[in-house]
Write a protein that binds this ligand. Sequence first.
Ligand code: NAP
Length: 251
Amino acid sequence: MRRVVLMTGASRGIGAAAARLAASKGWAVVVNYCERADAAHAVVEAIRADGGIAHAMRADVGEPDGVARLFAAFDQTLGAHGRLAGLVNNAGIVASAARVDAMDWTRSERLLRVNTLGALACAREAVRRMSTRYGGSGGSIVNVSSAASRLGSPGQYVDYAMSKAALEAMSLGLAKEVAEEGIRVNAVRPGLIDTEIHASGGDPGRLERLVSSVPMRRSGSAHEVAEAIVWLLSDASSYCTASILDVTGGR
Ligand code: NAP
């Protein structure tokens, strides 16, 4: 049975880079996306062109039924050909820069649903399939957090920082909960990475403006984060669990 990794938000940015890197190392990859079917299919095509195995699956991880439907689709299609051995909780969103006193409920609720509750729901489904407690063969879960969890993102998006701090708490607790069941759970904490997420938050010049705060004086690439994700996913990190790996250029 081939090892399969399900990556949320793998149509663009860090997730797309991690999907391609994992596929190059022999993983069959489920490329989850929310809206950009074109981008997801481009990732799948690129992986297949290199001889890898990939399938695109649409699901909004911020919707209560979205995650259940995603895993049901997984069971029906890839479940017959391989076993779920990896989950990368990468899907994430930001919102426009605002102080806390200018935020409304709807915006912060959406951030927490996608960045935190969606990841928790995916982890739940993955544990049900990977844990030796349920007859599974173990696996690895990688949660994509953010340096915002320890910086707090003042004046930008404290609610986003909060969603990532909660994601890290989930990583630590779940790691200890399932450590004896063959599952490792770790997190990666990217810093300023060159993707479209900054423009999607209405601030395309964000990287350029903040890069002087990075000790290395440059932004990171999606591929540099993907290397950390895929290492934590792989057996090369077999004694790591409950770890949080900064990929921030020292920021
Ligand atoms: P990105 O380029 O904006 O890509 C976001 C990805 O998430 C896309 O594939 C998007 O799918 C998907 N997505 C968004 N909402 C979703 C939903 N509700 N359900 C399923 N998929 C959804 O972002 P990125 O910069 O690569 O960020 C990836 C992760 O890294 C996020 O968790 C982010 O918080 C974290 N991060 C990024 C940075 C940075 O500087 N870039 C820094 C720290 C942490 P569609 O293509 O369908 O829209």
